[in-house]
Design a protein around this ligand. Structure first.
Ligand code: FDA
Length: 401
């Protein structure tokens, strides 16, 4: 029989942070990771450079049934705290867009820091290890849990669930954390893929395929939420940062409204061209504002618009002008769906925050059981927020487990 103070199931961002923090307090900590190596998502993140935090992290950047839940942890472990940690190791990094921090070289440099912190704190990391059963002990104080694992039986005082969400199963994602929450009678809110590309069908899918690889700066709206950033056409539909962001707020059947010229009053621009007596064709004038490949395909996608493409602006009546403005500033599209967990960066929903303390992350009804990171019903925007949540929640639980 093996006995340790703390077992952490899941060696991802939140689990490693929790392990290093608890170990530094002198606790004996074991991390159980079923994959071949820890931190696979860290390695894949940010295009291999890991967008590891965002200096503008605010509770408003997170979705949760209880939007207040994340406040305590985010204020106790801030992006500056994480920067201080990586600065201590001399990590080379840069601020890409305001607030968003990436490794200069590779995400592995960041993972190496977390592993070094765990080594320094004496954390015992077991990879390719799986948990087959968890039992609650009643007469073995201070040991409260007994785990049957592929590496033998282990008892612990505190058990931390840091198994993450469902996105990208090939990187080790499982629903194990939700299963454990269910075993202990904790509520698990419905889950769905977030920060995920959209799929299209029918003629818009054909247009997207034709434009695959083309990126346009847009403003996209749905359900009273707006994001301005790049949109990318793909062979399946729509992606790019603006579309990934809005996917967190989208439900099947909802329409997206896309403005391809968000900083321009297209109606006023068309009027100006008319008054100037511009002789160029509509498609040529619009190609001054947007990638011409996009303009040509967009006008060709609609029979009414394609008839206008080779006309001069001066020849257009009010109705035709309105149709042009609608096509470029108010494109309304109901996506067929999303690409799902196969490519999603995060999972929305999860273990209900009502069941867990926002200070310690301990389950209110199960002393000694903790949930940290993405397994909880807390999901951040794109831009380093999800890792900041993993660091903050892992660190807070690491103070007490
Ligand atoms: P995480 O998923 O990191 O770790 C969970 C761990 O538990 C994994 O190692 C898994 O193998 C293990 N596990 C699961 N089931 C288990 C079981 N039954 N037994 C044992 N172990 C088990 N965020 C961000 O802020 N900036 C970014 O740049 C990106 N980029 C990005 C790219 C891609 C491709 C993805 C998929 C995701 C991102 N993210 C991101 C999101 C970010 O990766 C994510 O929110 C955090 O990794 C969540 O940290 P956790 O520790 O909660 O879960």
């Amino acid at each position: 029989m093996q006995q340790v103070d703390t077992v952490i199931i899941g060696g991802g961002a939140a689990g490693l942070m929790c392990a290093a923090t608890a170990g530094a307090r002198g606790r004996s900590v074991r991390v159980i990771e079923h994959a071949k190596r820890v931190g696979k998502k860290i390695l894949m993140s940010g295009g291999g450079r890991c967008n590891f935090t965002n200096l503008d992290t605010r509770p408003a950047n997170f979705l949760s049934a209880n939007p207040h839940f994340c406040k305590s942890a985010l204020s106790r472990y801030t992006p500056w705290d994480f920067l201080a940690l990586v600065d201590g190791y001399g990590l080379a990094y840069h601020e890409k867009t305001p607030g968003q921090f990436f490794c200069d070289d590779k995400a592995k440099d960041l993972l190496d820091i977390l592993i070094a912190e765990c080594d320094r704190a004496g954390v015992d990391i077991r990879t390719q290890c799986s948990v087959t059963a968890i039992d609650v002990l009643t007469d073995t104080e201070p040991y409260r849990f007994q785990l049957a694992t592929s590496a033998g039986t282990v008892q612990c005082q505190s058990l931390v669930i840091a198994t993450g969400g469902l996105s990208i199963p090939t990187l080790g994602a499982t629903g194990f954390g939700y299963q454990i929450a269910g075993q202990f009678g904790l509520d698990v809110l419905p889950r769905r893929a977030g920060l995920v590309p959209f799929t299209l069908s029918d003629r818009w899918l054909d247009v997207a395929r034709e434009l695959a690889g083309v990126s346009v700066d847009v403003r996209v709206d749905t359900n009273n939420q707006t994001f301005s950033d790049a949109m990318l056409f793909t062979h399946r539909g729509l992606s790019g940062p603006a579309l990934l962001q809005i996917s967190n707020y989208w439900q099947p059947g909802d329409a997206l409204t896309v403005d391809f010229l968000p900083t321009l009053d297209v109606s006023a621009q068309l009027d100006q061209w008319r008054h100037e007596g511009a002789k160029a064709e509509v498609k040529t004038l619009l190609s001054r504002l947007l990638p011409s490949r996009f303009v040509h395909a967009w006008l060709a996608a609609d029979a009414r618009l394609s008839a206008l493409a080779e006309r001069r602006v001066a020849e257009l009546n009010r109705e035709a002008l309105t149709a042009l403005v609608d096509a470029f500033q108010r494109w309304r599209i109901v996506p067929a769906g999303t690409e799902g967990y196969r490519t999603a960066e995060v999972t929305l929903g999860g273990v209900s925050t009502e069941a867990v303390s926002s200070k310690t992350f301990e389950a209110k009804a199960v002393p000694g059981l903790y949930f940290v990171g993405e397994v909880l019903d807390v999901t951040g925007w794109l831009g380093g927020y999800n890792f900041q949540w993993a660091w903050a929640s892992g660190w807070c639980a690491g103070q007490v487990v």
